[in-house]
Design a protein around this ligand. Structure first.
Ligand code: ADP
Ligand code: ADP
Ligand code: MG
Length: 641
């Protein structure tokens, strides 16, 4: 076994690899960009080397810099994680030329599977079923159109160098072929620098079922299948193992094909053979076809670990350090069922736009495995994939595991960024998914329902009001209610105003508009009459989150808040939309720390802006009486000398 390895990656996969290394007593070296100085993967590693700027091309894709770092710290091997350099055969060769071990397959194996057309040709030769189609060298428009007609519509155009669903177009009829070919080529050229495409039959009612394989260069085994059919725009959203409805015959046939694929290229390490399956008539052993092979560990590998009890990263380290395969096929078996959900910082109603933000609060339930590269307080930066975590659950049956997934998602708490949690929860409750009736079109078909905003139960704002008034922290039989708090308070959120009155021992009346709710604190929970509200209230600054199966966020407007000019920029901006009620300074004037600069009025409340540092006023951008948007620049101080 290695004594020390370097992990050429970041985020959750770097942390995941480090976990196993720690268990095996292998020292770990992280690498980090400027954006990741304080990242979790740096915090958990034994050593860390700075490798450059935040853009991947300036750091995590700089193979030479990473190899030099590995040599400088005395690491014996490099684990590439996934993405970045993990499927780059030139990097593998450079690692080996530097006298280090690449924890993964050979450059030759990666090359053999690197282009989809060549991989398909190779698999055909090895007797692995491939999707009927054309994957030849002649790329003329006419020939491709003829081939599409021969294959029969609908067809799929794919970039031979493609990945992540890029350069892929579904063509339903001959009339659309030319235009789709043109756009697929354009996208492929931009994304991969290679505009070659292949054309294949578009499989009806497609399911994505992939086999986890593992080789030692001589022999290979499979660790059963994963079903990744729950996709949005060809991107996996929820994965599971085993595949619902899988039969022993079909599994044996797919397993044999995957092992044949791996052994055909003398594969070493963890890999995945992806198949497309026609599920229009159930799962049948003659209806699966090779799509591509991913020559690395896969994002969704934990579901395989959950059902097999194998730590795939441990196997990677053992095989890369020279051991032979840790198990025979007959030693491997499936235990129970597992799901993985990918939790992203993304704005689902806005069309799944990637989001950024500081995760002011982050908590995962203890009954699920969570793989994450962030801690509470960490930022999701615009530089990298906006994944927050993967939530993995395991139970004896599929139904039990799905119930556990729903519970785990409901108990996952994130504040500070929008997330896809509600969307994942809706999926976990989707009746077709629960029935195991999955295909890659499920999400698109039911998207409207899956992203529909859910109503906010009336009790939720009342709980937010209690948190804002501070009654959540002082309640409890041992402490009584807070005598030092005013018994009646007004709470002003950005979206509504409420009155809260303490009625007596742990009993409160919350009035929002003309609706009054009496909330009680009993046995450590909140109650409205006989109904118990399982909720956690979290306040961070002016932000209040109510976690009650879903997350609800509220922002306070504190009438006493005094907004300061940031000392760094010296620029005062309007903290909210409102009216500039008064201006106290003019250009050239000297101000002291804490001196009043302006008063803003919004929602009938006054906010005083004060100077956070001393300085001279450089510019005043608005006049008294002006109506301003949130973020409007108001006053600038001269830069500090
Ligand atoms: P999977 O096949 O398991 O769904 P993907 O192929 O979508 O995984 O990608 C695996 C990981 O690699 C993801 O975290 C993704 O963000 C990352 N990734 C994909 N392509 C690239 C790339 N060109 N450069 C860097 N990271 C990438
Ligand atoms: P990528 O390299 O982007 O992962 P893949 O070839 O693995 O591309 O395909 C990605 C997804 O596209 C699959 O998971 C599946 O949803 C869909 N897909 C690919 N090939 C076919 C096909 N022949 N018929 C139907 N759907 C397909
Ligand atoms: Mg794929």
């Amino acid at each position: 076994m290695f004594r020390k390895i370097l992990i050429a990656n970041r985020g959750e996969i770097a942390c995941r690899v480090i976990d196993t290394c720690q268990r095996l007593g292998v020292a770990t070296v992280a690498v980090y960009s400027d954006a990741d100085r304080d990242a979790r993967h740096v915090a958990v590693a034994d050593q860390a080397v700075h490798i450059g700027g935040p853009a991947p091309k300036d750091s995590y894709l700089k193979g030479d810099t990473i190899i030099a770092a590995a040599r400088a710290v005395g690491a014996e091997a490099i684990h590439p994680g996934y993405g970045f350099l993990s499927e780059n055969p030139d990097f593998v060769e450079a690692v080996e030329a530097a006298g280090l071990v690449f924890i993964g397959p050979s450059a030759r194996a990666i090359r053999a599977m690197g282009l989809k057309d060549a991989a398909k040709a190779l698999m055909e030769k090895a007797g692995v079923p491939v999707v009927p189609g054309y994957h030849g060298a002649d790329q003329s428009d006419e020939l491709l159109a003829d081939q599409a007609a021969r294959i029969g519509y609908p067809v799929l155009i794919k970039a031979v160098a493609g990945g992540g669903g890029k350069g892929m177009r579904l063509v339903e009829s001959p009339a659309d072929f030319a235009a789709k070919l043109h756009s697929a080529r354009g996208e492929a050229a931009t994304a991969f620098g290679n505009s070659d495409v292949l054309v294949e039959k578009y499989v009806e009612k497609p399911r994505h079922i992939e086999m986890q394989i593992f080789g030692d260069g001589n022999r290979a085994v499979h660790l059963f299948e994963r079903d990744c059919s729950l996709q949005r725009r060809h991107q996996k959203v929820i994965e599971e193992a085993p595949a619902p409805g899988m039969t022993a015959d079909m599994r044996a046939a797919m397993g044999r094909a995957a092992v044949r694929a791996a052994e055909a290229i003398g594969y070493s390490g963890a890999g995945t053979v992806e198949f497309i399956v026609d599920a229009s008539d159930g799962l049948r052993p003659d209806r699966f076809w090779f799509m591509e092979m991913n020559t690395r560990l896969q994002v969704e590998h934990p579901v395989t670990e959950a059902i097999t009890g194998v730590d795939l990263v441990e196997w990677q380290l053992r095989v890369a350090s020279g051991e032979s395969l840790p198990a025979h096929q007959k030693d491997l078996s499936i235990n129970g069922h597992a799901f993985e959900a990918r939790l992203y910082a993304e704005d689902v109603p806005a069309g799944f736009l990637p989001a950024t933000g500081r995760l002011t609060h982050l908590a995962f339930p203890p009954f699920a495995r969570s793989e994450t590269g962030v801690r509470p307080g960490d930022a999701i930066s615009p530089w990298y994939d906006p994944m927050i975590a993967k939530i993995i659950v395991h139970a004896p049956t599929r139904a039990a595991a799905l119930g556990r997934l729903a519970a785990a998602l409901a108990a996952t708490e994130v504040a500070g960024s929008v997330t896809n949690l509600d969307f994942l929860s809706s999926l976990a409750r989707h009746p077709g998914f629960a029935a195991g009736d999955v295909d890659t079109g499920l999400i698109a078909r039911d998207l409207d329902q899956l992203v529909a905003p859910l109503p906010v139960p009336a009790a939720i704002p009342a709980l937010a009001v209690l948190a804002a008034a501070g009654f959540d922290r002082v309640a409890g039989p041992d402490r009584g209610f807070a005598l030092w708090k005013p018994l009646r308070q007004t709470v002003q959120f950005e979206t509504f105003v409420a009155e809260v009155e303490c009625l007596g021992h742990d009993q409160f009346c919350v009035a929002v508009g003309n609706q009054q709710t009496v909330v009680e604190r009993r046995c450590g929970d909140w109650w409205i009459a006989a109904e118990k509200l399982k909720a956690r209230l979290v306040r961070i600054g002016d932000d209040i989150s109510v976690f009650a199966g879903r997350a609800y966020h509220f922002r306070l407007i504190d009438p006493l808040a005094r907004h300061s000019i940031g000392p760094a920029s010296g620029l005062a901006t309007s903290p909210m939309p409102g009216l500039v009620k008064a201006l106290f300074v003019t250009p050239g004037q000297e101000v002291e720390v804490g001196e009043r600069l302006a008063v803003l009025e919004a929602m009938k409340m006054e906010h005083t802006l004060t100077a956070a540092r001393a300085g001279r006023v450089a510019e005043v951008f608005v006049d008294a009486g002006a109506q301003v948007e949130a973020g409007t620049a108001l006053i600038r101080l001269e830069d500090e000398a």
